[in-house]
Design a protein around this ligand. Sequence first.
Ligand code: XMP
Length: 315
Amino acid sequence: DWSPASFIESTVAELKAQLGDDKVVLGLSGGVDSSVAAVLLNRAIGKNLTCIFVDHGMLRKNEFKNVMNDYECLGLNVIGVDASEKFFTELAGVTEPEGKRKIIGKGFIDVFDVEAHKIKDVKWLAQGTIYPDCIESLSITGTVIKSHHNVGGLPEKMHLKLCEPLRLLFKDEVRRVGRELGMPEHLITRHPFPGPGLAVRILGDITREKVRILQDADDIYIQGLRDWGLYDQVWQAGVILLPVQSVGVMGDERTYERAVALRAVTSTDAMTADWAHLPYEFLGKISNDIINKVKGVNRVTYDISSKPPATIEWE
Ligand code: XMP
């Protein structure tokens, strides 16, 4: 019968047998799955594991710095790559959701590939793919709803063998394994975050200024959820920057600025999701804080759509 401890014991033994003295490269995203995969592999093969964390410029506020720090504390051998300039350049003027996803997916592979091949004799690519990732990529009808950039693509191009130690686990099991491995609670309970990051939460074209606005609004919202003890009650949350301007009034000045949507959902596997019934007082406080503190935003809305028929992300 399944327990985190027995999973760790048998997986570490299997990884040792499978990988021997081979060198392995793993892409870290800051999320729970890739982090748990990295710690598990680190336990099995130690310094033969190199992790790469690519900053595409679409991460949350201060995320790159904070997460790099977490990884170093976990004793992981990690290379951080700031590739944001490349992504801002390639994304300039692109408005179509799948277009953004393709650019980020391909750009990520290019950057990762260059870094990975700096590692001498690397033979394996490890990924934190979990069971629902595999399912959602193979949608039953054959229709691609959204191209997830962390599934497939990499190994063929890189001529590496694929190692996916978490591929049979669900999210809650991954979290239990992470806890058993002694990882810090804030890493374990972290909400899922899409691979293309804030790029799919900025509707319309992407600029550094829009990313700045969204990061600031998102930071207020996420910190607020933590302060109010609501963070762990939702599956994930984030802010969406809408391609809409509306009229407002600040002091005795007319404003004509952007609107954002707050999103928070409850779910068990992201295949279906319900909008979270957050307290009105909380929503009111966050709305005030965002409008008062984030220059460029004068209206806050709350998304009350469930999945299906909506999806969690807006793009
Ligand atoms: P949707 O929007 O399809 O999202 O309901 C389902 C879950 O997947 C996350 N998501 C992604 N995760 N790479 C990822 O690793 C991606 O490209 C990607 N796109 C969406 C989303 O945040 C939600 O948790």
